[in-house]
Design a protein around this ligand. Structure first.
Ligand code: COA
Length: 182
């Protein structure tokens, strides 16, 4: 029996998403605090969108197929090619549809896009030890625990320790042309 099709689509984040995105982030303050800070105003959103201009960071919304509503966001951050061919994930659910499995399905689509289309070899998720929901999510997706990175990211006004979780491309994997031959 073939698996059910995903209930969400992976949609590149665009300037047109501004008002919906900011409203959903404002509605998600309790869920996101203290783990994630996202733009809540038009000016902050425009500034935030600049990070996607040179292709080093990619931004996506997870949209529920049935309704078109955005269930969450995922960033593929800090894409490094050469001998690394990796990136690091940032993600957050939006409160109105959190806890329904949309993030797990959407992140599975992100993994497939990253490994098959972008031809990345490795994705990291750096998660604070107290962020149980995020740890459960990456564990469910097959990420492996690699260790603790002390004072790794500046979050909510302080340098926070993070657990480093990672997943590498399943075989067979087709490398990007930027991977050195030897
Ligand atoms: C971490 C975070 C993204 C998880 O989002 P989420 O919406 O809870 O994720 P999902 O819904 O995909 O999965 C969680 C739950 O859905 C349940 N679920 C899975 N499939 C389901 C389905 N088909 N229908 C209903 N529920 C389902 C899972 O069992 C899980 O519940 P459990 O953890 O109690 O077992 C969210 O808590 C969040 O935004 N946190 C703040 C930001 C943040 O921490 N980002 C990460 C920084 S590292």
């Amino acid at each position: 029996m073939s698996p059910l099709p995903p209930r969400v689509d992976l949609c590149p984040l665009t300037p047109a998403d501004q008002d919906e995105f900011c409203a959903l982030v404002r509605a998600s303050a309790e869920l996101h605090t203290p783990w994630m800070q996202l733009p809540t105003t038009a000016a902050a959103f425009r500034e935030w969108m600049r990070r996607f201009e040179d292709g080093t960071n990619l931004g996506f919304l997870l949209r529920v197929r049935e309704t078109g509503a955005a269930a969450g966001m995922v960033n593929v951050n800090s894409v490094i090619r050469g001998r690394y061919q990796g990136a690091s994930l940032g993600y957050a659910a939006f409160a109105p549809s959190a806890g329904r499995g949309y993030m797990a399905e959407g992140l599975a689509l992100v993994l497939r896009h990253a490994f098959e289309d972008l031809r990345l070899h490795r994705l990291e998720a750096n998660v604070q030890p107290g962020n149980k929901a995020s740890l459960a999510l990456v564990r469910r997706l097959g990420f492996r625990y690699e260790g603790l990175s002390p004072a790794y990211l500046y979050i909510d006004g302080a340098w926070r320790d993070h657990e480093r979780w990672a997943i590498t491309a399943p075989a067979p994997w087709t490398p990007d042309a930027s991977l050195p031959a030897v």
